[in-house]
Design a protein around this ligand. Structure first.
Ligand SMILES: Cc1ncc(COP(=O)(O)O)c(C=O)c1O
Length: 415
């Protein structure tokens, strides 16, 4: 058995990324019982912080204990009863995941697909809504498998027009790309810490609108063992106990009905991630991601590499770089890791072996990390026998940064 003493790595893949040291410190703070008044007030604070992160007034803003996938599953299994129709526009691996989870919840799943590297027009989604008449539209905001960022700002009005609940998986986007839950009319959002929020995976912030909460209320069922006279007992309870959002909301709400044992360390981490973002300012953080993402994009292009997909719709925080035909992708990734201590990402499905995915997010959306990664990539490519211009990637990134810092960034937040 190895002691827990991992190697120093710079995580520049599509997530997880290197956690912010503030979050690591929060993770190591002492445990407190879940009904300790300090803890319940820390839970309330965390809810308020995530209202700020999501741009929402939703009372129902909580953490689901588990990775982002637990947040997705909690929303879908709780909103969708068996036989309910859901429309999932699929533009990458995580759209397929939403469809898979909804199907396992017993929903009647309808998908529309577009080529990987593209996004949908609002009209294409509205046409499908008219045809399918779903209860829920479930769509990923940023699909890390393709790096695409699906525009969501017009979908809320479309869903409202057709009486459809609007859910999005914002795991990869929140904190590094615009997301306005209330202004865009989104009914449910789930996320994770391990991308632009700069934390580890293991906690899934979720927010649910009053309209969607009303649907959960109809399915609410209080467990035998903690049930009191007058409590709801559903004939058809939500098909998961652990991920029953109605029960999770009762646990976070004023009754604090017992559900799971709070993952206190993850709560501390989630709280600190939100604080870091809000201390910096959401607009500042988005600007920092935009700048780092553009520097990485210009840097890889200056190395003579092609970028995959519709760059106009790329997330700020990840780029898919086409692997040159004269190198073996995994060998270059291994050289980045072994010789430079830098992790970049491989890819899935139709893109497997075709692109590397390089992330610039959360704590790692910085000038020094971009430049270090580009210098290492140049070296790894040359060593693998691929001709690259000397210093081109680093120069392109540095030229973009110039002497720029992100305007208004608090002291200590590097560009
Ligand atoms: C868009 C998106 N959704 C969901 C997930 C799944 O997250 P997790 O692995 O934390 O369950 C990921 C992970 O990369 C993701 O990028």
């Amino acid at each position: 058995m190895h002691p827990v003493n991992p190697p120093a790595r710079l995580l520049m893949g599509p997530g997880p990324i290197t956690a912010d040291p503030r979050v690591l410190r929060a993770l190591s703070t002492p445990l407190v019982g879940q009904y300790d008044p300090w803890m319940t007030s820390a839970m309330n604070d965390t809810q308020e912080l995530y209202r700020g992160v999501f741009g929402t007034a939703n009372e129902a803003t909580v953490l689901v204990d588990g990775t982002s996938r637990a947040g997705i599953e909690a929303v879908l299994v709780s909103l969708l009863a068996p036989g309910d129709r859901v429309l999932v526009p699929v533009f990458g691996r995580f759209g397929h995941l939403l469809a898979e989870i909804a199907g396992r919840a017993g929903a009647e799943v309808h998908t529309i697909e577009t080529a990987w590297g593209q996004v949908f027009t609002p009209t294409a989604i509205e046409d499908a809504i008219v045809r399918v008449r779903p209860k829920v539209l479930a769509i990923v905001q940023g699909d890390t498998s393709t790096t695409m960022n699906q525009p969501l700002d017009e979908l809320g009005a479309i869903c409202e027009r057709h009486g459809v609940l609007f859910y999005t998986d914002a795991t990869a986007t929140v904190g590094g790309n615009p997301l306005e839950v209330d202004a865009w009319g989104i009914d449910a959002v789930s996320a994770g810490l391990q991308k632009c929020l700069g934390g580890p995976s293991g906690s899934a912030p979720v927010t649910v609108s009053p309209r969607a909460t009303a649907v959960l209320d109809e399915r609410r069922s209080v467990e035998a063992g903690i049930r009191e006279p007058g409590d709801d007992v559903a004939d058809e309870p939500i098909r998961s106990n652990y991920l029953d959002l109605a029960m999770i909301l009762d646990y976070w709400g004023p009754r604090r009905l017992n559900h799971h044992t709070e993952a206190a360390s993850m709560l501390y981490a989630a709280n600190e991630c939100a604080r870091i973002l809000l201390d910096e300012g959401i607009e500042q953080a988005i600007a920092r991601h935009e700048l780092a993402g553009r520097a990485m994009l210009l840097g890889v292009q200056a190395l003579g590499l092609e970028v995959f997909g519709d760059v106009a719709h790329k997330m700020h925080n990840v780029v898919a770089v086409e692997i040159p035909s004269d190198v073996v992708g995994d060998q270059v990734r291994a050289s980045m890791l072994d010789d430079h201590g830098i992790e970049i990402g491989t890819s899935f499905g139709p893109l497997h072996g075709k692109v590397w995915r390089i992330g610039t997010m959360g704590y790692n959306a910085r000038k020094d990390t971009v430049v270090t990664t580009l210098a290492a990539l140049e070296h790894a490519l040359r060593r693998a026998g691929h001709a690259v211009p000397h210093g081109g990637g680093v120069d392109a990134a540095l030229d973009l940064y110039g002497d720029r810092t992100v305007p208004g960034a608090p002291v200590g937040v590097p560009a």
